[in-house]
Write a new protein. Structure first.
Length: 303
């Protein structure tokens, strides 16, 4: 399924929450919607699901507006999880499959298949109320995919998952991509997004601050980055030769090195300029890039 969003905006009580968003999500690709809390990710996904109506703009699925048939071809994992706590795992899964027009027999077959795949077959008759948080998260995800959707919309799928379950979800998402599904994945977990996404849409306060393929973003931010922590005044770092930009937050300082200059020489200058408590050198990841492009700017970066 091809998803197209054109100049989408949303206002609540006179406040604009999302500003003129335009993007596409294609079959066989994973689009990552990235940003911190309050960036607008959940509101955007709710509009894609027709739960919240846009103030302006268009949302098209294979060049058509949403209808009942399209809704049945979408799988949705909401940020705010919710299951029928008194029902068993098996009953919940069958119920959600039946909502997507599956016969009872087919719903039961798919429920068993998924429970086996997620290693919870022994808990099929356990009421949701008595499941651990991890297992409830798994069941919620299973309700989103049990009907084999063409478009999968995931809101924070890695939230509160331990490392093993994050790996399981990562493998699942990549498998669905290989099957040709269209996947939209919203998350604060930028490391996870970097591991699975093909295309990236970064949001900050409802505005797009970066939009491109992951490979192109990496190419644009190829310079080395030096991360340091120091108790000294940062003025001494401002004029180090080879540093094209400096950003700072409460944790530390990032120095972006011009690709034409040796990071080792810059490193030597940093060590001479300030008292270094911690020092690392690497290429920026998505979290670094997001921090860079959303940071308030000073003469060489961030004040």
């Amino acid at each position: 399924m091809h998803l197209k969003v054109d100049n989408l905006s949303k206002e609540f009580s006179g406040n604009t929450i999302l500003h003129n968003l335009s993007f596409e999500a294609r079959a066989g690709f994973i689009l990552g919607i990235l940003g911190p809390k309050k960036a607008g990710k959940t509101t955007l996904l709710r509009m894609l699901m027709d739960i919240v109506r846009p103030t302006s703009g268009l949302i098209l699925y294979d060049d058509r507006p949403v209808n009942a048939k399209i809704r049945n071809a979408i799988g949705y994992l909401p940020e705010e999880r919710g299951l029928y706590s008194e029902y068993t795992v098996n009953q919940v899964l069958v119920h959600f499959a039946r909502l997507k027009r599956f016969s009872r027999k087919k719903a039961q077959v798919e429920a068993v298949r998924l429970m086996d795949r997620f290693n919870i077959i022994e808990q099929m008759d356990t009421p949701v109320l008595h499941l651990s948080e991890e297992v409830r998260q798994k069941v919620q995800l299973m309700t989103a995919i049990i009907h084999n959707p063409d478009l999968l919309i995931l809101d924070e799928p890695f939230h509160k998952m331990d490392a093993s379950n994050q790996t399981l979800i990562r493998k699942l998402v990549l498998h669905l991509k290989e099957e040709g599904k269209t996947i939209v994945l919203a998350t604060e977990e930028m490391d996870e997004a970097e591991a699975v996404c093909d295309e990236i849409l970064m949001l900050n306060e409802g505005r797009v601050v970066m939009q491109d393929t992951l490979s192109n973003i990496r190419d644009k931010f190829r310079e080395h980055m030096i991360y340091l922590e120091t108790p000294d005044d940062l003025q001494a770092l401002q004029d180090i030769f080879g540093v094209k930009k400096i950003t700072q937050n409460h944790q530390g300082v990032r120095l972006y090195v011009d690709g034409k200059h040796s990071p080792q020489k810059v490193l030597d200058s940093v060590i001479r300029a300030v008292d270094v408590k911690k020092l690392e050198i690497h290429r920026p990841n998505l979290q670094d890039i997001y921090a860079d492009i959303t940071a308030p700017k000073s003469r060489k970066g961030n004040a």
